[in-house]
Design a binder for this molecule. Structure first.
Ligand code: CMC
Length: 377
């Protein structure tokens, strides 16, 4: 039966899901019915990951067990470190992460995705090990040894420790953890959909996450956060900001970190991230990049008046990470280490009533063409 073709499947539901919901007209994002603003104020990344995966907030003992399980699975096998050492040091960390996650699956071969006990441990391993791989690569590519995770440190604190071998400022840990909450889940986005397509073949979760990582990398999706900071650095000064935006629009170029398929108002995550920027700068000194960003936003909103294009999650996040001294090519991997819990939540949900994704197409080619022999072409 012919259907209307919707480029990018815009507005076409690809799943029924109870994991999260976006109200794009009013700028509301909820995970399992709880608004992200409240989760940022009251929850931690790991508690939020539990909520996403299992559908409810954990009791105190359940949370303690979950945190312990994650802490005990942070190490990666030395073979994974050896594999990373063989990769070109200029390789993008998202490519390294994708390769390492795909390789992880070979070490944990429980391929029966109907085995819920095994699925639990796959969830634990993936959430626990992504930060270790990212921090490990950040050091290995400079010729330094990877730093082993510490079981006594909380999730975000441990990530900073593995990156720098020092203890971060407690405010940084708090803000970073909020950033992870904000990136943990976002309905049927490109990387989640990609993972679900792979999952629908009953592939193992390491392959599912490796597929999602590939989709997240692109500049129209998670890769935008890295490009935003590059853009702000290129602009250089607040005075140049308005002219830069005008020139970009004059040349019909998009502004990275702006626009969204669903939001028709400012992305609520961008609003929270902006307030996190201000919280960070009030104690750690301001950032020129932030001042430029605010000016870019003001001019862009004036020029895009009527198109309903506003800052998205990727606009302010990189400014926070940059202030914390994190390399800009690690921003998208950090997005991934948060989003993995959302990907896995959708994976578990879909497994309950799995159906192979096999969409249709509208054929736009020719029929009955003759085969022309090579010497007659
Ligand atoms: N800068 C300038 N104009 C824009 C932008 C932008 N960033 N985004 C959309 N528009 C305009 C676009 O030119 C078009 O105008 P017109 O109707 O005159 O041709 C209109 O708004 C609709 O844009 P679209 O590209 O057809 O909309 P979409 O829903 O397909 O695109 C998007 C959504 C996110 C791909 C797009 O807004 C974009 O390319 N943004 C820049 C990249 C970016 O920041 N990506 C991160 C997305 S959110 C977080 C994530 O997923 O990681």
């Amino acid at each position: 039966m012919p259907h209307d073709f919707m480029p990018g499947l815009a507005g076409i539901p690809a799943a029924k899901s109870a994991v999260s919901d976006v109200d794009g007209e009013h700028g509301v994002l909820e995970y399992r019915g709880i608004r992200v603003e409240e989760l940022c104020q009251r929850s931690s990344y790991l508690e939020t990951a539990y909520l996403l995966l299992f559908g409810h907030l954990p009791t105190r003992p359940a949370l303690a067990q979950w945190e312990q399980d994650i802490a005990h699975h942070r190490r990666v096998k030395y073979s994974i470190v050896d594999l990373m050492k063989c990769l070109p040091e200029q390789g993008h960390p998202m490519d390294v992460l994708q390769a390492a996650v795909a390789a992880l699956g070979m070490f944990y071969p429980g391929r029966n995705v109907k085995d819920m006990e095994n699925n639990y441990w796959s969830d634990v391993r993936l959430i626990a090990k992504l930060p270790t791989i990212i921090a490990g690569w950040a050091r290995l590519r400079r010729g330094d040894d990877a730093i082993a995770p510490r079981d006594d440190l909380a999730f975000s604190e441990n990530f900073f420790y593995m990156l720098t071998e020092t203890m971060p400022h407690p405010l940084w840990v708090e803000i970073f953890d909020d950033c992870l909450i904000l990136h943990a889940e976002h309905t049927m986005n490109a990387s989640t959909f990609t993972g679900l397509v792979t999952a629908s073949t009953l592939a193992d979760p390491y392959t599912v996450v490796a597929s999602s990582l590939g989709a997240l990398k692109g500049p129209l999706h998670g890769g935008a956060n890295e490009e935003v900071v590059q853009m702000l650095k290129e602009i250089g000064t607040v005075d140049q900001a308005a002219r830069y935006v005008e020139q970009r629009f004059h040349n019909k170029q998009k502004l990275m970190g702006f626009g969204h398929r669903v939001y028709k108002v400012k992305d609520p995550r961008a609003t929270i991230l902006q307030s996190l920027c201000e919280k960070l700068f009030s104690t750690c000194g301001t950032s020129q990049l932030y001042d430029i960003a605010v000016r870019v936003e003001r001019r862009a909103v004036e020029l895009l008046d009527g198109k309903k294009v506003y800052p998205n999650v990727d606009f302010y996040s990189g400014i926070i990470y940059d202030k914390m001294g994190i390399d800009s090519d690690l921003f998208t991997p950090i997005f991934a280490m948060a989003r993995v819990s959302g990907w896995l939540a959708h994976w578990l949900e879909q497994l309950r009533e799995n159906k192979l994704f096999r969409p249709d197409q509208i054929y736009a080619g020719e029929h009955n063409r003759p085969y022309v022999p090579l010497d007659q072409r």
